[in-house]
Ligand binder design. Structure first.
Ligand SMILES: NC(=O)c1ccc[n+]([C@@H]2O[C@H](COP(=O)([O-])OP(=O)(O)OC[C@H]3O[C@@H](n4cnc5c(N)ncnc54)[C@H](O)[C@@H]3O)[C@@H](O)[C@H]2O)c1
Length: 420
């Protein structure tokens, strides 16, 4: 019989923490979720989920099945495993571990012997043993690996992905010593189909950075080729579709208006930060950032060229943006390239509106951007930019409209569109 009331306590109930808490509850664990954001906790307790992958019904079912959510950290003492899934953003382009530090301080105030502490936030290699563990040891006086256990496990959640979810995506795990690793393994095996151990926490931290840097670099490669192919009058989409028929040695990436979300544009900076400590830049990361960051302006240049060909002035033109989320079928606009595109268009005196059934209000340059609630007024625009390939847009027949379309997503749905 365990001395702990909860099998797991989750710190930080956002895109990562809430799905974890819900999965653990449906795996019949006793779960406590803690978040400093009182409003968020109170909404969740009212059955209102603000996390796209978690429906209100799922949340309500978990609450009924015993999921306990609170903005009070005192229940951490009652949790055998504590998983940290707090934000790791960039502040002034530098990794910001302040949320991880404050979570570590909170844990240290409540820690009891035999607890298992797991960091899931994305971060640079070394964080678990150089930042998290020392804070807990210094404040609590307990010894890591002996009095309590610790490790790192990167999160691989992909919002909106219907095939790969929290449970069926293999989970990388690590521990600061063998005993920690075995305890962490036993925990994740209760909630995840396949668990993959790596030798140390630095390796596990690096896995996440490799995965996201790989995407970042390959997206940059295809974006650069898209720009060059346009100049050479080569259809990049036909090239990509043909290349991907190769059954080995090639993974296809598609050009687009840039990268968004809180992973791909952010995480490679954590890698650069670490390598700069040994005086070495990650040259691939820096080049990829330069290319991907230039894509929103490139899109605007292509829109301008299109209007020129139509012999219409750009200034005061009316442009409708279809989709402003950073990826299809979700409503997240964090770091979305659409924001940079809108800012550039506003600077050029263009009247911009957007239509995105997943996204509410957005502000750019402290200005609320006008939104269409339907596509009924589409013929009033001079130009349409398809920014996000939401499946919802496929219900609408774009072949019968005369307004020119520029498609930055390469979707086959817009047959008359000019593509990026
Ligand atoms: N969102 C994704 O798709 C994704 C995927 C993989 C990894 N990650 C990583 O997971 C981590 C969490 O990301 P997220 O998207 O879930 O963030 P989020 O912003 O959606 O949620 C984080 C939550 O942590 C809470 N919080 C902050 N400091 C706290 C503290 N000291 N104590 C308790 N709660 C605290 C916030 O109030 C917020 O509710 C980040 O490191 C991120 O890079 C995110």
């Amino acid at each position: 019989m365990s001395k702990f009331k909860y099998d797991v306590g989750v710190i930080g109930l956002g895109y990562v923490g809430l799905p974890l808490a819900i999965q653990a509850t449906s795996s019949k664990l006793k779960v406590y979720g803690y978040d400093i954001n009182e409003k968020r906790v109170s909404d969740y307790n009212d059955g209102q989920s603000s996390i796209e992958d978690i429906s209100n019904q799922e949340l309500q079912k978990s609450l009924k099945d015993g999921l306990f959510l609170s903005a009070d950290s005192k229940y951490l003492s009652d949790s055998e495993v504590i998983v940290i899934s707090v934000p790791t953003p960039l502040t002034d382009y530098q990794p910001d571990l302040s949320f991880v530090r404050s979570a570590a301080e909170t844990i240290a105030q409540h820690i009891v012997k035999e607890q298992i502490i797991i960091l899931e936030s994305t971060t640079y290699p070394g964080t678990t043993v150089e930042v998290l563990v020392p804070i807990i040891e210094d404040i609590s006086g307990l010894k890591a690996g002996v009095d309590f256990y610790a490790g790192y496990s990167p999160e691989r959640i992909d919002p909106g992905n219907e095939k790969w979810n929290f449970k069926n995506t293999p989970k990388i795990i690590s521990g600061i010593n063998e005993k920690s690793l075995q305890k962490i393994k036993a925990f994740y095996e209760k909630i995840i189909d396949s668990v993959v151990s790596v030798g140390g926490t630095k390796e596990a931290e690096m896995v996440k950075l490799l995965e996201n840097t790989y995407r970042h670099v390959n997206i940059a490669l295809i974006n650069e080729l898209a720009i060059l192919c346009n100049m050479l009058e080569i259809d990049i989409w036909e090239v990509v579709d043909a290349a991907k028929t190769k059954p080995f040695g090639f993974e296809s990436f598609r050009p687009g208006p840039g990268v968004g979300g809180h992973c791909i544009p952010v995480d490679p900076n954590y890698l650069s930060f670490k390598t700069r400590q040994i005086g070495k830049p990650v040259r691939f990361v820096e080049l990829a950032q330069e290319i991907n960051n230039s894509m929103p302006n490139y899109v605007v240049t292509r829109l301008l060229e299109k209007m020129n060909l139509l012999e219409k002035p750009f200034k005061n033109s009316n442009i409708l943006i279809l989709g402003v989320a950073y990826k299809k079928d979700i409503g997240d606009v964090r770091e979305s390239p659409a924001l940079g595109i809108i800012e550039n268009l506003l600077d050029r005196g263009v009247n911009v509106k957007y239509f995105d059934p997943y996204v509410g209000e957005i502000d750019v340059k402290n200005q609320k951007i006008n939104k269409e609630e339907s596509l009924d007024n589409i013929k009033n625009y001079d130009l349409i930019l398809v920014h996000t390939a939401h499946t919802e847009f496929e219900k609408f027949d774009f072949n019968n409209i005369t307004v020119p379309i520029f498609d930055a997503t390469g979707s086959s749905h817009y047959q008359n569109a000019e593509r990026i």
